[in-house]
Design a protein around this ligand. Sequence first.
Ligand code: PLP
Length: 410
Amino acid sequence: MALVNEHFLKLPGSYLFSDIAKKINTFKITHPKQDIIRLGIGDVTRPLPPVCIEAMHKAVDEMADESTFRGYGPEQGYDFLIEAILKNDFAPRGVHLSPSEIFINDGAKSDTGNIGELLRWDNSMGITDPVYPVYVDSNIMCGRSGVLGEDGKWSNVTYLPCTEENHFIPELPTHRVDLLYLCYPNNPTGTTLTKTELKKWVDYALDNDTLIIFDAAYEAYIREDDVPHSIYEIKGAKKCAIEIRSFSKTAGFTGLRCGYTVVPKELTAATLTGDRVALNKLWLRRQCTKFNGTSYVTQRAAEAIYTPEGKEQVKANIDYYMQNASTMKEGLEAAGLKVYGGVNAPYLWLKTPDGISSWRFFEQMLYEANVVGTPGVGFGPSGEGFIRLTAFGRHDDCVEAMKRIRKWMA
Ligand code: PLP
């Protein structure tokens, strides 16, 4: 008899976005003529940059010819992409990594969810709250999160609240945690940490022998100078952090699938007997066993975003979304609402008026303004009383959504 991994049974019955989809469907059945503007789900709407399309066409032609055909590639990724990453994403920021410290993946989600395999199930963990749900859910699956309490919190997880009161800057844990997830620029609050603030976390990790998983999926949206693009801009971070990046929101790869994970050679974790083991070696072993690489065609598309034309095209798309973000921020403020984020990130974190719950405001906004957001509480207990709006929509839709919200709030 095959016994099930009972930790899976502890997972919340349905995923946040399927609950939202059900509510939208109910609305559509009862209001078939109303047109809804969706500013909820974090998927992009702009097509891939033309350089990526050209690179893929060329790569497809190579695949059609016996002399240039490629079969299995290196599990870690092709050198041409790794070199482009090192040269463009890190060297200009004074971060020097070796090619074997980069692992090309099929988007950030897989590695974000899988990286915990390197660590024993009984490590303690900390997360900022609210946050991208994959960190907690993937740890629930291996039993690391403990049991769910009535307060909506998992017993083995240390929650680091990010609230209006602390300007969405979490305080260091009052006790040590083994594993810590940080996501900056943050999904869902759209806020960031300055270099000085991030340094506090790196110092905490070094002092406490904590491993940081740094999710920088929204790095391309950073506009302000004092916001670090990589955790390795902070001294000592190579000894305590893994960084995960994605081309999804940078270059519209949500459907194409590519990103990368940085596991520095200096990074180690302890065995029960106190020896130290290099995580880079373990992750390479894991990838060679469970992953056969991202497709050649996709990696050529990713390489193309680092060409001069690619950089311009990527910038144009990001500028488009950030224009949406400022239109939305202005519109919401003009409607008398309080809103955070949207300056270094494509997310706006809207405070519900009069202390209304996230789900109640979500429904009111859907039924009265026909605009869809994401209830903040879906990202963690400290998200209660907030709604996440994304700037990934079409510009006309963002303008129209703001008109509707202003009218509704008047
Ligand atoms: N990390 C964060 C914080 C995200 O918001 C997302 C997607 O929305 C991901 C990772 C996963 O991105 P992908 O798997 O498309 O690279």
